[in-house]
Write a protein that binds this ligand. Sequence first.
Ligand SMILES: CC(C)(COP(=O)(O)OP(=O)(O)OC[C@H]1O[C@@H](n2cnc3c(N)ncnc32)[C@H](O)[C@@H]1OP(=O)(O)O)[C@@H](O)C(=O)NCCC(=O)NCCS
Length: 200
Amino acid sequence: MQRGRAILREEGPRGLWFLVLADLCYRRLLLLERDLEAAIPTLEPRLPVTFGLLAPDDLDTYLCFHDEDDRDQIEDRFARGDVCHVARHEGRIVCACWVSRGEHFIRFLHYRYALGPAEAYFWDSFTDPAVRGRGVAPALAVHMLDWARHEGVTRVTTAVSPENAANLRARAKSGFRVCGRIACVKLGPYVWHRHREGAT
Ligand SMILES: CC(C)(COP(=O)(O)OP(=O)(O)OC[C@H]1O[C@@H](n2cnc3c(N)ncnc32)[C@H](O)[C@@H]1OP(=O)(O)O)[C@@H](O)C(=O)NCCC(=O)NCCS
């Protein structure tokens, strides 16, 4: 009920309708891409931050910042080789985002998303509610795009709910554009996917 009210407030009736559908059987996400052969802009957040990688022994700090994630999940991510970039303000984590290479299981869609050798996938972007709207997530994304380019990546993708206006705005600032859609129908144990690129 609380979750429904929050969605209604943040995303409107359309968001609530797709939340109900998602719980019943149908889910979809927009796929966004960023070509790393294009120039990467400089973005100054409206809050002084420093960027870095989350170290596995810094898990407690991360879990205080992002209490929707749990310890086992985060340990699994590190075990798989996923990498987390963070932005810190006065030493405190205020924004984070994860990167996968090779393959990423999009839990929301029950979908195994295969990535090419020169591709990376950005996910679980989260900014401390107290500092949202100050351009921290886009600045962290730019830092991560530079990092990915040094790693030999030429294309980065990310998946965003069409109702998540804040994330769509944040991603657009670092040059992500919609390139497709992944949808899922789940009826009991049966799951069907449709992954389309080039048209939405
Ligand atoms: C999506 C998210 C990471 C963006 O982070 P951010 O650092 O606030 O990014 P920006 O500063 O660029 O703000 C993006 C948009 O959020 C909206 N916004 C502005 N102030 C806001 C506030 N105080 N609270 C919430 N959203 C706000 C605006 O639409 C803004 O776009 P605009 O600057 O063009 O007006 C952040 O809103 C968040 O953590 N949301 C919850 C988790 C989530 O949805 N993650 C993405 C899916 S995994």
